[in-house]
Write a protein that binds this ligand. Structure first.
Ligand SMILES: [Zn+2]
Length: 304
């Protein structure tokens, strides 16, 4: 398959020029190609290198298996995914509403627009950004009151009191540039909410290269609490809160089992049971420390 890969010569977070090779992972979803994860020797950020450039990445999302952009998948796993999603959408909205701020949000990387829609229907003023053409069409069909924005630089300075990135930051090519734009458009008292997978979780250490949340090459960065905080504080933010995403340990474990298990009903049942046990153990570790959760939601505010 012909792809346009770019090799980063400096760390996308801190700019340091030496990296260590760590893991190699297969893109099970689309290309079946192998990708390498390297770790910055200065800030410890783990990132995919080489990676598809901004023009080439689109086609790696072109798979019916890519759940976040499609509402039409069938099968038990996707049915469970949708049930959990309906519940977590409400929880996410309610957790935002605990902050006493204006209901004025930019949902960055809105996907098919379910979260934006949940907010708009509860009297939020919603702007959404989504680069994928088909996903954008779905947002328009779902709710015409959601304002789709074309470019961050067209958004007015200090005009949004909330910016959300639900499993999005790990997909963003222009990392520091984008975060500094968030800093510009966020109000002084505003919050930015970032949910990303955590490669220091127990499920990640169990599944190793087959951990589904590495999701190469769509995931360009593989954050942990320290590397994300380093990146955000370099861009003028301070960590305000971290929260566990309990369902992700189960979901990611199930997806990981799906890629490694061979066909056969017994192997499938074994995979489901093991995923449940690994997800449970990962969540027990999370009870001890939120920083060990399979996916973490971080709330940042502007540093004074
Ligand atoms: Zn670095």
């Amino acid at each position: 398959m012909e792809h346009s890969l770019e090799t980063l010569k400096s760390c996308p977070s801190c700019g340091h020029k030496s990296f260590k090779n760590t893991l190699s992972c297969i893109d099970y979803t689309y290309s079946k190609d192998k990708f390498y994860l390297v770790k910055c020797s200065a800030c410890n950020l783990l990132f995919t290198n080489p990676r598809p450039d901004e023009l080439a990445i689109g086609k790696y999302y072109d798979s019916p298996e890519y759940v976040s952009h499609t509402d039409t998948n069938s099968g038990l796993l996707f049915t469970l995914y949708r049930i959990v999603k309906r519940y977590t959408l409400k929880q996410k909205r309610k957790s935002l509403e605990k902050f006493s701020i204006d209901k004025n949000i930019l949902d960055y990387g809105a996907g098919s627009g379910d979260f934006s829609n949940e907010l708009e229907q509860n009297n939020w003023n919603v702007s959404a950004y989504e680069p994928d053409h088909n996903a954008r069409k779905k947002i328009e069909e779902k709710n015409s009151k959601i304002k789709l924005i074309e470019k961050l630089r067209n958004v007015e300075t200090e005009s949004k009191s909330v910016i959300t990135l639900w499993h999005v930051l790990e997909h963003v090519h222009q990392l520091n540039e984008t975060i500094s734009e968030f800093h510009r458009i966020l109000t002084t008292e505003g919050i930015i909410v970032i949910a990303v997978p955590n490669h220091t979780s127990y499920d990640a250490s169990f599944y190793l290269t087959d951990w589904a949340a590495y999701d190469v090459p769509r995931h360009l960065y593989h954050f942990d609490p320290e590397t994300l905080e380093t990146l955000m504080s370099a861009n003028g933010f301070r960590l305000h809160q971290i929260k566990a995403m309990w369902f992700d340990a189960f979901y990611v474990s199930l997806l990981s089992e799906k890629t490694i298990s061979k066909p056969g009903i017994l192997k499938t049942i074994f995979g489901w049971i093991r995923a449940f046990l690994i997800g449970s153990y990962s969540n027990i570790k999370t009870i001890i420390s939120t920083k060990k959760c399979s996916s973490v939601t971080y709330v940042f505010k502007k540093a004074i």
